[in-house]
Design a protein around this ligand. Structure first.
Ligand SMILES: NC(=O)c1ccc[n+]([C@@H]2O[C@H](COP(=O)([O-])OP(=O)(O)OC[C@H]3O[C@@H](n4cnc5c(N)ncnc54)[C@H](OP(=O)(O)O)[C@@H]3O)[C@@H](O)[C@H]2O)c1
Length: 229
């Protein structure tokens, strides 16, 4: 019987950055991917499990525990990708809109982290995708920036809670995949390196964190120097 590849979960591994990361990791990992919508009819041949975890589902924490309980193998890594990027300038805030941002950008990754922690094997690494906005908040996206800063505080706290068995690392990302309507040239000119990032930059950093057994509780900033301009 062939040896199993390490099994990782990518929460939000179906779209955009999560998908590119999944495609990179699939070369040498078995993967569990989650999405907020059903996977029915979608071809993703090499994936070990595909689960539907939706941030706004009131039963999502139970769903997470149930799915993980049926996994049958420990996880060797986890990357929590899912999040939003809501445009919410000062003056537009309502309790409902703010609660929606906390649900997707804060509660959901925290609940996923809590559920996944018990399934991670000794020596594994849990990684969070944050934003360089934790250093310099986006003015039109202050609630998003605040939620990511909250996750930034979670990283060292969770590292303490899960040590020494599991390491925890965050990635404060500059623009790697621009959102619709944004100008890549303008974004590039706001960095020291004169370019926006590439999803391959993230894949490299995720692999680096996973393979660095003395690294925990830290946030790596991958923004081409944007926060230093
Ligand atoms: N793109 C960038 O350049 C950039 C820069 C800085 C930080 N980041 C961070 O990197 C992460 C990925 O960014 P992205 O641009 O690829 O993502 P995105 O377009 O913002 O997609 C968000 C991810 O969250 C999942 N998601 C959306 N709504 C959800 C819900 N209601 N419940 C559960 N999951 C949900 C999506 O998957 P499904 O639709 O399949 O559920 C998708 O995988 C985010 O956390 C983002 O803040 C990205």
């Amino acid at each position: 019987m062939g040896q199993c590849k390490p099994l990782w979960i990518i929460v939000g591994g179906r779209m955009r950055l999560g998908k590119v990361l999944a495609e990179d990791l699939a070369r040498d990992h078995d993967l569990v991917l989650t999405s907020s919508t059903s996977w029915e009819g979608e071809a993703w041949a090499s994936v070990h499990r595909r689960w539907t975890w939706k941030a706004q589902d009131p039963g999502v924490a139970d769903r997470m525990s149930e799915d993980l309980g049926c996994l049958g193998r420990p996880l060797a890594g986890a990357v929590l990708v899912a999040g939003g990027f809501a445009d919410q300038p000062l003056g537009s805030w309502t309790p409902e809109d703010l609660a929606a941002t906390w649900t997707l950008d804060l509660s959901f990754p925290m609940l996923a982290a809590q559920a996944i922690a018990g399934s991670l094997e000794e020596g594994s690494c849990m990684q969070f995708l944050l934003d360089t906005a934790i250093h310099r908040p986006w003015l039109r996206r202050l609630p998003y920036s605040v939620a990511k800063a909250g996750l930034g505080a979670l990283v060292p706290g969770l590292a303490r809670a899960l040590a020494p068995k599991v390491r925890v690392v965050g990635h404060a990302l500059g623009t790697l995949l621009p959102s619709e309507g944004s100008d890549p040239g303008v974004l590039a000119s706001a960095t020291l390196l004169g370019r926006i990032g590439d999803p391959a930059d993230l894949a490299r950093a995720v692999r680096f964190a996973a393979e660095s057994p003395f690294l925990t509780g830290e946030i790596l900033t991958l923004d081409g120097g944007q926060s230093r301009v």
